[in-house]
Design a protein around this ligand. Structure first.
Ligand code: ZN
Ligand code: ZN
Length: 69
């Protein structure tokens, strides 16, 4: 989302590194509700933490709107 590439910064160590974010909080899933790929967003660790700083958490698009160029 922010374009941060861990491989650019950390070299081989950062290759393929990203975090997986549930757009529906796991605690709000119904018992038999399955998580589908469309419920997941791949974010860098920074964006992921920022989303979870707000309670209730920001949506991915809300964070995107706040990103500075
Ligand atoms: Zn998350
Ligand atoms: Zn990011």
């Amino acid at each position: 989302m922010c374009g941060f590439d861990f491989k650019d910064k950390y070299g081989e160590l950062g290759e393929g590194f990203a975090e997986c974010h549930h757009t529906i909080p796991v605690s709000e899933l119904k018992d038999n509700q399955k998580t589908t790929l469309s419920d997941l967003s791949i974010l860098c660790a920074n964006c992921h933490r920022m989303i979870h700083r707000s309670k209730p958490m920001l949506s991915v698009s809300a964070l995107k709107n706040q990103l500075k160029p």
